[in-house]
Design a protein around this ligand. Sequence first.
Ligand code: UD1
Length: 430
Amino acid sequence: MDAYIVKGGAPLKGMVTIGGAKNAALGILAGAIMADSTVSIDNVPNVRDTGVMLQAIEGIGAKVQHVYSNSVQINGTGITNIDVEYDYIRRIRASYYLLGALLGKYHEASVALPGGCAIGSRPIDQHLKGFRALGASVDLDHGMIYAKAEHLHGAHIYFDVVSVGATINLMLAACMADGYTVLENVAKEPHIVDVANFLNAMGADIRGAGTDVIRINGVRRLHGTTYSIIPDQIEAGTFMAGAAITHGDVTVNNVIPKHLECISAKLAEMGCTVIEDDESVRVIGAERLRPANVKTLPYPGFPTDMQPQITVALSLADGSSLVTESIFENRFKYVDELNRMGAHIQVEGNTAYVTGVSQLTGAQLAAPDLRAGAALVMAALSADGFSKIEDIHFIQRGYEDFVGKLRGLGAKIEEVDDDYKERKFKLRYA
Ligand code: UD1
């Protein structure tokens, strides 16, 4: 089984270039099928989730051409099939964006209902409420969502919860609806703005993305365009946290520092030196981190997708910290793994009580989900001795060339698929 083997103790030092935002890419790739000519998309992160989305798009009849590893061309004019199979939904929940895109363009879509997920129950009631408000009938039958609209029209939709997925799905559907749509209480994440900018580049008329209210004038057609995806806030944040966790000195390049402010501020509060430049942020770790309290919130609050990474950093701080998870109820699964490395963390409900220790020790670990998996790798890089991290397919969903980038920063890490490679690694770094 594929795993990462890590020898801890070397601080991460140097520069790392951040790729395109996975969560923006998933909305953008789905939206690209709505154009009536070819769309070229650059800075697509070459990770498992985008690969599955591209397969799902091909599966319904769109043409996908890989120009090079981070650039694709999509032409959706040949779509004949409005059914997105369960197999894709099972592998990435975000394939439900094809529901919004197909409904917007073809007024009909059929997509398997996404199931539960490792980080908690994830309802999609807000997506469905929005589609219904646009005039679609939405039926759930045998695990499928079937949405159809004789006349897709603008509507005033007030979301009951702030949802990234519902905001993107409704922008996709409403941008080709007949008339004016207002979306209120929307998510404001950088990838929301990026998806809106992309749709506007194809001829949509979407205003207000990045604020609480998005206003959309429906258009009859969307045309081809060339678009480059923004840098990934969470990939950048993970390497920034890595600098703090390993007492390192890491410059993340090709980023938008404004998108990272909530992470930069927390790391500075914990005693790191954070230096922002136009397109880079440098984080110099402290000798000993200070404790801090963290509460995850929708953007511009502290991202839930950075909660495990910051908790690993706090587990090494000089004192006690509280981490409150307010977005997903089951996002502390990795804590048992971290405690096996010598951390002192107790979870009660949605709060983790963290008592800092001065050193973690290497252990055999399993990644419970994408971000927690990356956080455990960072913990292993700081720990005394060897660690092995299994279930790395979760990590590969969202980090392009994670091992290569970490090694570029001096990490001792290798992907292994048999005992022989593991023994060789251990001998090399004994
Ligand atoms: C997206 C991100 C994910 C990130 C999350 C929060 C993608 C592909 N994934 O997930 O990495 O962790 O945003 O930043 O972009 N909710 C409802 N009803 C709904 C929809 C959501 O109650 O119809 C709730 C969820 O259970 C959760 C909260 O709203 O408690 C936020 O979820 P949402 O923003 O929708 O997350 P995702 O879009 O699934």
